[in-house]
Design a protein around this ligand. Structure first.
Ligand code: AR6
Length: 176
């Protein structure tokens, strides 16, 4: 599913983010930037050890913020590592932190002059964020960004399974 918003394209695809050819792919990291399971593990495995070397030098990233490294052996040029919230019932500021993870990544990409970015469904795996709510926040942040800015031309959500793709597609239809 693909829609034009202002001067940009927002796309939903089912697939593996490590195969993306966007200027940046986004990693759903942890605040120590030490690697882990899920998409974080997949990105470090496919990209090779240089990404972790850079993460070690950066040292960490608070929840809701983002940092950038090169992308080792991946086709993308950069990896933006952001940290989504661990879902704890929804009363611990999780929604604001999740929005901030997406927005910080977009702002960092734009500040580096990057034109295309691919996101996974941040916080919806190990961090247990309810899928429909997380999809709403992710897409609203992306749609608003494209409406308000013209620097980034393509935002892709690369969703690992059909259930996640369907949840994002349902939320996008409600938003636009
Ligand atoms: N491409 C795209 N999406 C993927 C891929 C892939 N190759 N692999 C998994 N996903 P998660 P979180 C999906 O758990 O919830 C790590 O240990 C996955 O199916 O990767 O933010 C970190 O180090 C799900 O839909 O991230 C942190 O400690 C989505 O990516 C913690 O997990 C996010 O699931 C972060 O947890």
């Amino acid at each position: 599913m693909e829609i034009r918003i202002n001067q940009g394209i927002l796309a939903l695809v089912e697939g593996d983010i490590t195969k993306e050819e966007t200027d940046a792919i986004v990693n759903a990291a942890n605040s120590r930037l030490m690697g882990g399971a899920g998409v974080d593990g997949a990105i470090h495995r496919a990209g090779g050890p240089s990404i972790m070397d850079e993460c070690r030098k950066i040292g960490g990233c608070p929840t809701g913020q983002a940092v950038i490294t090169t992308a080792g052996n991946l086709k993308a040029e950069h990896v933006i590592h952001t940290v989504g919230p661990i879902y704890q019932g929804g009363t611990k500021g999780e929604a604001d932190l999740l929005r901030s993870a997406y927005l910080s990544s977009l702002k960092l990409a734009a500040a580096r002059g990057l034109k295309s970015i691919a996101f996974p469904a941040i916080s919806t795996g190990v961090y247990s964020y309810p899928l429909a709510e997380a999809a709403h926040i992710a897409l609203k942040t992306a749609v608003d960004y494209l409406r308000e800015h013209t620097d980034i031309k393509a935002i892709r959500f690369v969703l690992f399974d059909r259930r996640t793709y369907d949840a994002f597609a349902a939320e996008l239809k409600k938003l636009v």
